[in-house]
Design a protein around this ligand. Structure first.
Ligand code: 13P
Ligand code: SF4
Length: 312
């Protein structure tokens, strides 16, 4: 069925058909917290990159529908080689991941012999396959600290997460890649000062993908799951979240009595929003788009993801 045909159906009808189609084919629907709120609401599991990577290892379902960006669906496929992994929109890439190619990383390794490559999960399967270990925004400090202090590290591809990890670990021998996320990196120090004026007595929590000066003006730095837990555990506290708007929508739905504000409502990852309810239903009906990664790349990338998952 053409995607425009699906658009003729009401949201309620699409959600009903998604539920039925999912049961028929035995699929589990996984969604990142930056997805459109209506997509999060039909998902079986919602979370951050690390939580979702851990969840997909545990699922019994033969088919995984991944509502997120391409590197997330690729990660699910790599660690579930015997399952079918589908992404509802093939164009949903992460521009941060596009900042590094495997060839670039190999060249960098040549410049820093003996250094280990720690790669943010927001990267292509090819880049993971030439790395030593993967990390997420929730565990970058722990992953770097799993190496001896004197070990040199190349950190790929987010410069802000790298700067944060360097600051927290106090390690100087980390070379930061020059990549960034267009959603987080454009948030300015002035935005934080404005938020403090607008919401006095607020706690400001920033994602580590924001610029270092924005991190310095914030009260806490954390991944999307850390932000979620903070609000859950401090329901009376006014909180401003310096991250993508989808997480704030999720929190406002799940914790209705709380005062949680976005840094601004235009902090939108348009790549994440490419996935719609209509496309999720089409994916279930037609089993598109299937993730296929060549074995040689997937096998090497799996080692780097498994190393991360083994560090609790
Ligand atoms: P989390 O790992 O915090 O979910 O973030 C993923 C991401 O894409 C941030 O922009
Ligand atoms: Fe990639 Fe940034 Fe979008 Fe996250 S918010 S998926 S890092 S572009």
């Amino acid at each position: 069925m053409d995607i425009f045909e699906y658009s003729r159906l009401s949201k309620k009808e699409i959600a009903k058909r998604i539920d039925k189609a999912k049961r028929n084919i035995g699929a589990v629907i996984i969604a990142h917290s930056y997805q459109r709120i209506e997509v999060q609401q039909i998902a079986d599991i919602v979370g951050d990159s690390l939580e979702l990577a851990r969840e997909v290892v545990n699922t019994d379902a033969p088919i995984i529908v991944f509502c997120g960006v391409m590197f997330m669906a690729e990660t699910a496929q790599i660690i579930n080689p015997d399952k079918m992994v589908l992404i509802p929109e093939i164009q949903a890439g992460c521009p941060l991941a596009a900042h590094a190619t495997a060839e670039d990383v190999i060249r960098m390794k040549g410049k820093y012999p003996g250094y280990k490559v720690v790669t943010y999960i927001n990267s292509t399967a090819e880049v993971k396959s030439v790395s030593d270990i993967v990390c997420t925004s929730a565990n970058s400090v722990k992953i770097v600290e799993s190496f001896p202090k004197e070990q040199g590290i190349i950190f790929v591809p987010d410069k802000n997460l790298c700067a944060y990890t360097k600051r927290i670990t106090g390690r100087e021998n980390i070379v930061c890649w020059d990549g960034h996320c267009y959603v987080h990196d454009r948030i300015t120090a002035q935005d934080i000062l404005n938020a403090r004026k607008m919401h006095p007595n607020t706690v400001i929590i920033a994602h580590p993908e924001v610029k270092i000066e924005v991190q310095e003006l914030s009260d806490l730095i954390g991944s999307t799951s850390a932000m979620y837990r903070y609000v859950r555990d401090h329901p009376k506290q006014t909180v401003v979240l310096v991250t993508e708007y989808g997480l704030i929508q999720r929190i406002n739905v799940e914790f209705p009595g709380t005062s949680v504000y976005p840094i601004y409502e235009h902090a939108i990852c348009s790549n994440m929003k490419l996935i719609t309810l209509e496309k999720v239903l089409r994916t279930l009906d037609e089993q598109i788009y299937e993730i296929n990664i060549p074995d040689a790349i997937a096998n090497r990338a799996r080692v780097t993801i498994d190393r991360m998952l083994a560090i609790k």
